[in-house]
Design a protein around this ligand. Structure first.
Ligand code: ACO
Length: 329
């Protein structure tokens, strides 16, 4: 059987930093509130004129470089995002052009689970023999959709992108994936206006309905329930156990979510990746950014077993069990 394995990884964070102290000057909040409730100390903001496809292209080129490949070597570009440049063309199409690639390109939209969905599509394309090399990117500029007068949401998000190259391999890399979706409660986390259900009108924009709306406590309850569930299902599908994991790499939404799922899975907290303090919630980008961070810091060894776990609006969720098949950096 043909397997899919990660052969390259890259990331990009915009330069501009927004600290909790900066936010104290914008809204009625404190560094102490943000840090204790979320673990976030600062986040990055895309520059004026910098779109999600720019972030995606930067991360994609870095991943291609890491795999010693050129854009022309890629058969398919998949961008997981919930902050596309435009409704159409797709962000993948625009990012591919910015990288100098002219292969097939498509977006996956599953909010903060988008990267795991992209990884699933990439793995299926390779395992079925329809593609040999796929670039799977998670990229978001959600700060463009956040109301910077709403203290409940504006402290949470940051912008960024991460990417992996997947290639066909005799050695199994992506071992098992579990995905799920429940669209019966879209109101828990949504951008209500701007799509076909409710196009943007002056009146709706005046009401701020084009911004992220979130029921934080419902998201919290959903996350701490679904992360252990989907992780266990993906582990079962890959014939592994929680104890086999070197790293649990959940979507980086909130430190308290990370701590709670570590306890629920019976994992030591130091085996659950946390990078949220410096990036905030970068949505689809957070998982590949995390993997890239571990890799570039030399904390990923050949053969390590990883669980990449996303959850987000939809509601959506997904876990991928990955055997790390690159040598330590
Ligand atoms: N600064 C100061 N006070 C604040 C802030 C802020 N930034 N935001 C809210 N508050 C206040 C509220 O107004 C409220 O005040 P009140 O008691 O006078 O009414 C009080 O703090 C408590 O508000 P809650 O919403 O109950 O706060 P909670 O303890 O639930 O924490 C949080 C909010 C951090 C969002 C929490 O619900 C959470 O972690 N939820 C998970 C959601 C999440 O991580 N979302 C990320 C995006 S979704 C995703 O990535 C899938």
């Amino acid at each position: 059987m043909t397997h899919a394995a990660i052969t390259g990884i890259g990331a990009y964070l915009p330069e501009r930093r927004l600290t909790n102290a900066d936010l104290e000057r914008l809204v009625d909040t404190t560094d102490e509130w943000i840090t204790t409730r979320t673990g976030i100390r600062e986040r990055r903001l895309a520059a004026e004129g910098e779109a999600t496809s720019d972030l995606a292209a930067r991360a994609g080129l870095a991943a291609l470089g890491d795999a010693s490949l050129k854009p022309a070597d890629i058969d398919l570009v998949i961008v997981g995002t919930s902050s596309p440049d435009k409704i159409f063309p797709s962000t993948a199409c625009l990012a591919a052009a910015k990288m100098g690639a002219s292969c097939a390109a498509v977006d996956t939209m599953a909010a903060c689970s988008s990267f795991v969905y992209a990884l699933h599509s990439a793995t299926c394309a390779i395992e079925s023999g329809r593609a040999k090399r796929v670039l799977a990117i998670g990229a978001d500029a959600l700060t463009r959709h956040v109301d910077f007068t709403d203290r409940a949401t504006c402290v949470l998000f940051g912008d960024g992108a991460g990417a992996v190259v997947l290639e066909e391999s005799s050695e199994p890399g992506v071992l098992g994936i579990d995905l799920g979706a429940d669209g019966t409660r879209p109101d828990i986390l949504e951008i209500p206006v701007g799509g076909s259900a409710a196009p943007a009108t002056c009146e709706r924009i005046e009401q701020g309905l084009h911004y992220v709306k979130m029921n934080g406590q419902e998201v919290f309850k959903f996350a701490v329930r679904v992360i252990p569930q989907t992780t266990r299902k993906a582990l079962l599908a890959s014939h592994n156990d929680v104890d086999d994991l070197k790293w649990l790499i959940p979507h980086q939404a909130n430190q308290r979510i990370l701590d709670t799922v570590a306890d629920r899975l019976g994992l030591p907290h130091d085996r659950v990746y946390s990078g949220i303090s410096t990036t905030g919630n970068t949505s689809a980008a957070s998982i590949p950014l995390a993997v890239n961070d571990l890799y570039t810091c030399g904390r990923l060894m050949y053969g390590d077993l990883l669980a990449l776990v996303g959850f987000g609006a939809g509601l959506t969720w997904g876990a991928a069990i990955v055997r790390w098949t690159k040598e330590v950096r």
